[in-house]
Design a protein around this ligand. Structure first.
Ligand code: AHR
Length: 494
């Protein structure tokens, strides 16, 4: 065995709330992210409720998905909401210019999105079109959704929904530095202020306005947005994908990879910590009270597409490696929970680092799904600061901490500890001092698998799934864990 890990959990000085919106999911009109994966419309061969597949909705309900971001992504930058309301037969058929050039039937629009939210039990986060839409179009969309009366409310009622919907969050464009208009930060800040000015909700309602934030390490973008547009904002986004093998364009194989690629991927994931630290520092300068939060509303792995799939559909298999990417990110968000109050993994179904993969009638849960399920107690829990002194794991030129972790006190009073061992070869002995916590019992679950690239397929859907974990003991304010290689462990202390 290698060098052990020592850690301290400071239950005696609780930190901020781990906002449940950190578990937001992202569903874009991209490949089979919506059509086929969620929406099957009138296809009776796949059991559905009002067009949405029952199997996928049930799996999402089991995750307690708090929020679904929709309709994009780059798709949002060209989306005209009026084309997605009214009788289905009359909705225009468009070309999805960003994703594969396929036809977009507009069968899923605003009403269907809110029906999906109802079925899943999630809240809305809509990204508006700054790219090629007008401030008037955006303002009218918000009014159509939220107004109790007026001609847009009448139109909504005529289209089947009399009551206004609840719209807690709205994105003022997406990636204004790229597919949202290729803007300079200064121009984007001005445009954001202009669009934001006209987003109005009825008296007594609130709307969290999320501006299009930086691409990875573009700190200047954050600086300019905060300097010029902070008053019109409640949150700023950050997009950072884990892109092994030299970055853009994505070229890493999702399944056939060796330990070097494993280490490369996880090292790239650790960069999230550095990025949030950097952007938070800039935000602190303009907003020391932390009124404006950072919404990491696109993150996850981005590999080369699965062989034989449309490259514009961003379909990729998901392995144990992705599970570790998820747990490391969720731990990093705990460390920064004072500033990060929302994140959205990309994407929910069939796209990039998905929770769920489907093919026709078939559905499979990915290793990433299981991490999200295991971390459910983190939703709206109180972060308990954790200091970790862990050895380095390295392979070739990729070096990173071997053990990642976070701890929370959930709303039911129980303490939960997440620990991930990134070293695929060695068990790590972890000793955790529990300051201010007298726990007598520990139980837990583990997610691991025989190989670093183990994954679930339609034929073998349970290769990677959580199992009971018995490698932890607690006594006298000390928790000891024999943390198996390449594993994610979640412990419950009482
Ligand atoms: O998630 C896929 C794409 O990545 C999104 O549409 C875009 O916002 C980002 O570049």
């Amino acid at each position: 065995a290698g060098k052990p890990t020592t850690a301290t959990i400071h239950a005696d000085r609780p930190g901020p709330v781990y906002d449940r919106r950190i578990f937001t999911q992202f569903a874009e009109h991209l490949g089979h992210g919506i059509y086929g994966g969620l929406w099957v419309g009138n296809d009776r061969s796949i059991p559905n409720t009002n067009g949405f597949r029952n199997d996928v909705v049930a799996a999402l309900r089991n995750l307690s998905v708090p929020v679904i971001r929709w309709p994009g992504g780059c798709f949002a930058d060209e989306y005209h909401w009026r084309e997605g309301v009214g009788p289905k037969g009359k909705r225009p058929i468009k070309v999805n210019t960003n994703w594969g050039g396929v036809t977009e039937p507009n069968s899923v629009g605003t009403h269907e999105y809110f029906e999906l939210l109802r079925q899943v039990g999630a809240e809305a986060y809509i990204s508006g079109n700054v790219g090629n839409g007008t401030p008037q179009e955006m303002a009218e969309w918000v009014e159509y959704i939220t107004a109790p009366a007026g001609s847009l409310a009448d139109e909504r009622a005529k289209n089947g929904h009399k009551e206004p919907w609840v719209l807690p969050a709205f994105g003022i464009g997406n990636e204004l530095w790229g597919c949202g208009g290729n803007m300079r930060a200064e121009y984007a800040a001005d445009v954001t202020k202009r669009y934001s000015t006209f987003l109005k909700v009825p008296a007594g309602k609130t709307l969290v306005r999320i501006a299009s934030g930086a691409n990875g390490g573009d700190y200047n973008w954050t600086e300019v947005m905060m300097r010029d547009a902070a008053k019109q904002l409640d949150a700023l986004s950050l997009h950072y994908y884990t892109l092994p093998q030299g970055g853009w364009p994505p070229k890493a194989d999702p399944v056939n990879f060796d330990e070097t690629a494993w280490a490369d991927t996880l090292a790239a994931t650790w960069k999230m910590d550095e990025l949030i630290t950097g952007h938070s520092k800039v935000m602190d300068k303009y907003d020391p009270q932390k009124r404006i939060f950072l919404a990491v509303d696109e993150w996850g792995t981005w590999y080369a597409p699965d062989p034989g799939t449309n490259p514009g559909f961003l379909r990729q298999q998901n392995t144990l490696r992705d599970a570790l990417v998820a747990s490391v990110n969720l731990d990093i968000f705990a460390k920064h929970a004072d500033r990060v109050r929302m994140s959205a993994i990309a994407q929910m179904v069939n796209v990039l680092q998905a929770m769920i993969l489907t093919e026709g009638r078939k559905m499979v849960l990915t290793p990433t799904y299981h991490v999200f399920e295991m971390y459910k107690p983190w939703q709206d829990a109180t972060v308990l600061p954790i200091d970790i002194d862990t050895p380095w794991y390295n392979k070739d030129r990729f070096v990173m901490p071997a053990v990642s972790g976070s701890a929370v006190r959930a709303r039911d009073g129980k303490v939960h500890v997440g620990l991930s061992n990134l070293d695929p070869n060695q068990t790590n002995m972890v000793t955790v001092k529990l300051d201010g916590l007298n726990a007598a019992n520990v139980s837990g679950r583990i997610l691991t698998a025989p190989a670093i690239n183990s994954h679930n397929s339609f034929d073998a859907p349970e290769v990677v799934k959580p199992a009971a974990f018995t490698g932890a003991q607690v006594s006298g304010g000390t928790l000891t864990v024999a943390l198996p290689p390449k594993s994610v462990v979640v412990l419950d202390l009482q």
